[in-house]
Design a protein around this ligand. Structure first.
Ligand code: CUA
Length: 202
């Protein structure tokens, strides 16, 4: 015998009320449908994460933003340009509302340069036009970007993440000079290669 409720829509409803067992059955179907969709979405997230090797874009290196000025890699005396033993250059900068510290850094042309950046307060951005350098600077993390400047010149670096009322005025400079000029500036200031270097060191 057919289920008398299978065509319930065709049947006249007593006093316009849907029988309770039909309501329960309909709700159960919707719940199953929702659970099915959730399970499917979670499977899609896991599959795309694993198959597409999705992960945060930078190296995941954490740092305490409240003690940057007190200890560790980003104390003031360690900011700016440094020459590594292998001849490459490392530039360390702090982004904060509304400045980069230091405001101007100097690097030699044609040399591998590694930028290491972190934020003291909110999310900032670091962008060098016409280069591969373009990263977010997130408090609590160190962003690392590697590049090599092909030409001498002055690169302006705007903060490109909205970080507050002074965001539009948050600019700094990378001055790319010839290796001779870089070495000369170093020697004129009697700096050893391990000492830090900014535009003011000229
Ligand atoms: Cu810093 Cu926008």
């Amino acid at each position: 015998m057919a289920d008398p409720l299978s065509n319930s829509l065709d049947q006249p409803l007593p006093d316009g009320i849907v029988p309770q067992d039909i309501v329960a059955r309909t709700e159960k179907r919707w719940v199953l449908l929702m659970v099915g969709m959730l399970v499917m979405m979670i499977i899609v997230i896991i599959l795309t994460g694993v198959m597409g090797a999705l992960h945060p874009s930078s190296n995941v290196e954490t740092i305490d933003p409240t003690t940057l000025h007190l200890r560790g890699e980003f104390v003031e005396s360690n900011l700016g340009t440094a020459i590594e033993p292998d001849g490459t250059v490392t530039v360390r900068l702090i982004a904060q509302q509304y400045d980069f510290v230091p405001r101007c850094v100097q690097v030699p042309v044609g040399t591998p340069v590694k930028f290491r950046l972190t934020s003291a307060d909110v999310v900032h951005g670091f962008l060098l036009p016409d280069t591969n350098v373009n990263t977010m600077i997130v408090p609590g993390f160190v962003s690392e970007v590697r590049t090599r400047f092909a030409n001498e010149g002055e690169y302006t670096m705007p903060c490109h993440e909205f970080c507050g009322l002074g965001h539009h005025a948050m600019w700094a400079h990378v001055r790319v000079v010839s290796s001779e000029r870089f070495a000369e500036a170093l020697s004129r200031r009697l700096l050893t290669p391990v000492e830090r270097f900014t535009c003011a060191s000229q």
